[in-house]
Ligand binder design. Sequence first.
Ligand code: UT7
Length: 335
Amino acid sequence: MAERTLKRAGITGLGMSFPERILTNADLETMVDTKDDWIVERTGIRERHLVEKGTPASHHGALAAQQALDHAGLDAMDVDLILVPTVTPDMTFPATACVIQKLIGADKAWGYDIEAACSGFIYALETARAYVESGLTRNALVIGTEVMSSITDYEDRNTCILFGDGAGAVVVQPVDPADGGIIDAVNHMDGVGVKHLHQKAGGSAMPPSAETVRDKLHYIYQEGRDVYKYAVRGMANVALEVVERNGMQGADVDLLVPHQANIRIIEAAQRRLGLQDEQMAITIDRFGNTTSASIPSALKVAYDEGRVKRGDNVVLVSFGAGFTWGASLIKWCID
Ligand code: UT7
């Protein structure tokens, strides 16, 4: 058995991939009773990217993963763990992690999917951190990938304006603690949320049938106002929790990368932490809510814009179905 010593885990590579096709608010105006003004004001979303029908989540997941590997200077054969947070896996089983493993040729890796809705990436990052810190894993890939359009009812104006497709991926490796890495994380869950946001049919509670398809029970069901109330409180609280328990305050945060569900939820967290606009990573206008892909892709966009630098304190924060919510505090450790 190999000798193991405790390590610090850090993000050492970033990737993202989005489909080319764009669905604008103007397009949605022709599909349901809605208005661009309403969508922008209530959500902050202007457009979202959607796959061509039939493109599985693994497709953009694999592209994002390969980009993250290239960024980290790793070969797919170096990967020993693949974690795929998603609510839109290629199939219920086997895991989309298996499909992506084959697509990228990570023949030495094992892995699995993680289902924690919009907190999937935060939960999976924490899982990867545990493997890397324990010494069990050297090179982990965390790939948030979603085809939300596959479970969205484009006749339901309450939900179809919100979601988009795409993928974001990170490489997690052991790093020198002097350089930084993932410093801390806080995660929470409260099943009170199950009734407010879910997919009714397709699982063991309600197996698929002609009736479930007829009654549109395979689409996202959301009681938006209820989720909104919990999300505003939950996201701000957990971001503050991870910051304060590390002896920091808002001013010490260089970049907050929130899950992109609604600009008003994001701004509530911003106000609570007393952050300036320069401290925020916002992509909701371009991509909508991409569930587990939103945080890694927003991080990648900010990195590409030169807004994440070595030594920066970066806070990732999510709130999603379940309810699930969590935050990670990272001292950025790569150039
Ligand atoms: O990602 C994980 C977790 N999810 C979230 O965090 C989402 C949380 N919820 C939200 O972001 C918001 O609740 C929504 C964006 C989903 C909705 O915004 P809202 O301000 O909560 O609107 P509402 O549901 O209270 O609806 C207000 C009105 C309603 O009309 P009445 O009943 O007041 O006459 C809706 O029917 O707006 C109407 N409405 C729309 N109008 C134009 C709902 N959807 C639309 C639409 N266009 N697309």
